[in-house]
Design a binder for this molecule. Structure first.
Ligand code: ADP
Ligand code: MG
Length: 256
């Protein structure tokens, strides 16, 4: 028996697993979340585990109300789990002080939403610059404005909107607004892009163009992308898909 023990010690199975499965960049472990509705607690997530590697393009599918947005918000520190934890590169982040979480959120994550959330009174260029304006003091922004404007232009170019710099959101199509929102989400060099139904308000062809853009950013910049969608065809463009059903991860083949 001692021989077996020493063999196991010398050649642990975990050595091979480490090579095959690198540490996740962002992960949630046994997260549970409920919302209060009047006197009642409405459970939304029932112990979800999810791990995403750096450079991965993951889609999360599931019916409306299955908890997809809630899970995305927990991963991106927009909300906290009741139970379980969220880790970034192996470190727990959901229990950090609010200010540290805010800083981490701004530095690490870019967000894209179904309804773009562009500011109507700002031009495309100003919308894309807005995260940098908000993050830095007026003086700090002013000192580096040339560099920031260049970065914004580069991002606007990357999403194919260079000819729309001074347009306001109301002068853009749905697809252009989503491209603008993607440029804005990338202007501060996030490591992880969290996209909640980014094609949900677009026709099929425009939606496909947005997914192609995300896939290109994922490939060229090695940007990690976690995308929520209820559209299986859109989801299939990602490297991997997980499915949520009533707050639990279920096999993809489940009909529900
Ligand atoms: P999905 O994105 O899959 O459609 P959500 O995560 O948005 O699902 O919501 C899951 C459930 O949680 C829904 O029943 C929704 O009504 C409820 N819910 C989500 N956010 C809140 C909130 N802030 N307050 C109360 N209930 C919420
Ligand atoms: Mg949702």
């Amino acid at each position: 028996m001692p021989t077996v023990t020493s063999k196991l010690t010398i050649q642990p199975a975990s050595a091979r697993e480490t090579i095959a499965m690198p540490e996740p960049q962002i992960a949630a472990f046994s997260v549970e979340k409920a919302y209060r509705k009047g006197e009642h607690l409405v459970p939304v997530l029932h112990g979800v585990d999810i791990s995403i590697r750096k450079g991965e393009f993951l889609s999360i599918v599931g019916q409306s109300g299955s908890g997809k947005s809630t899970l995305l918000h927990l991963l991106g520190l927009l909300d906290s789990p009741d139970v379980g934890e969220v880790q970034l590169e192996g470190q727990r982040i959901d229990d950090l002080p609010a200010r540290t979480r805010d800083e981490l959120r701004n530095r690490v994550f870019g967000f894209v939403f179904q309804f773009y959330h562009l500011l109507p009174e700002l031009s495309l260029m100003e919308n894309v610059l807005s995260p940098l304006m908000i993050r830095h003091s007026i003086w700090g922004y002013w000192k580096r404005r040339k560099e920031y404007q260049e970065r914004a232009r580069e991002m606007i170019d990357r999403v194919g909107l260079s000819h729309r710099l001074t347009h306001r959101p109301s002068e853009l199509s749905g697809g252009e607004m989503q491209r603008a929102a993607i440029a804005r989400s990338l202007v501060a060099h996030p490591e992880i892009l969290l996209a909640d139904e980014p094609t949900g308000n677009l026709d099929a062809r425009t939606g496909r163009e947005i997914i192609d853009l995300l896939a290109k950013l994922n490939e060229q910049e090695r940007l990690t992308i976690v995308m929520v969608t209820h559209d299986q065809a859109i989801a299939a463009e990602a490297h991997r898909t997980v499915k949520l059903c009533e707050g639990r991860i279920v096999p993809l083949s489940d009909a529900a």
